[in-house]
Design a protein around this ligand. Structure first.
Ligand code: MG
Length: 245
């Protein structure tokens, strides 16, 4: 009886009562495949590396800018954004060398690391066996991509990444885990996973800022975005982000 009564009441309800008119989402021009949306922070548009520095020396980023509007890793170390960023939607296009050299982790390896601690792997994973939690689009050594959406070497690929930063209390203890969502060439491969801690080549992820700063003195709160030089000439283009939160 009661259920029927509620249903009847709902049928009589003015539909306007459940319309929400405020706030009004801001208008954003979405751009097309080749251009960033109107509210993006453009990190690389093919013309200069002014948004980047050499992560090791702090000097100018020395990677090679190519006539086609891309840039290529030059073996003088990784580069990082001059600006620091919290939670972001991040877009990057990348290409591993057409001519295959090396195997496994030695083939077209780079990576994009958020806040200098959390790496989404870039690798030529087209018929190139390696450990699954280290293949392209993995959250390195933490989360395996749901599928392998890799294109062949020499083809442009892209990542669209949602990075929600971890939250810490004033003592540096983590109070809320960060998360990653990753689309690889438009395919959902990392679906809102919790970040377990820092990306580590050896051993387990580290969680609290104190634990992190014990081996990265003074660096644990840095939020730059870093592109890895792994000794392979990987190319990049059209890098932008939108700030979230
Ligand atoms: Mg890497």
């Amino acid at each position: 009886m009661l259920g029927g009564g509620l249903l009847l009441a709902q049928k009589k309800m003015d539909p306007k009562l459940t319309e929400v008119w405020d706030p009004i989402p801001e208008m954003v021009s979405p751009g097309d495949v080749k251009t960033p949306p109107s509210d993006a922070v453009v990190l690389f548009d093919g013309t200069s590396l002014s948004q980047w520095t050499n992560a090791r020396t702090g000097g100018p980023a020395g990677w090679q800018i190519n006539p086609d509007g891309s840039m290529t890793v030059k073996s003088d170390g990784g580069i990082q954004t001059t600006e620091e960023f919290g939670s972001v939607q991040f877009h990057i296009e990348w290409k591993t060398p057409k001519q295959i050299k090396g195997t496994g982790q030695g083939r077209g390896n780079s990576g994009v690391t958020f806040q200098r601690r959390f790496e989404i792997q870039i690798l030529d994973s087209y018929h190139n066996p390696t450990y699954s939690n280290g293949q392209a689009a993995s959250l390195y050594k933490q989360h395996i991509p749901l599928v392998n959406a890799s294109r062949p070497p020499g083809k442009w690929q892209h990542y669209d990444i949602v990075f929600m930063e971890p939250k810490y209390d004033t003592d540096g203890e983590q109070i809320k885990a960060g998360t990653f969502t990753v689309f690889h060439n438009g395919i959902l491969v990392i679906n809102n996973v919790e970040i377990l801690g820092t990306t580590e080549f050896r051993g387990h992820p580290k969680l609290g800022l104190d634990e992190i700063s014990s081996y990265m003195p003074g660096e644990s709160r840095k939020k730059n975005i870093y592109l890895q030089d792994h000794g392979n000439p990987v190319s990049f283009r059209n890098i932008w982000l939108r700030k979230l939160e």
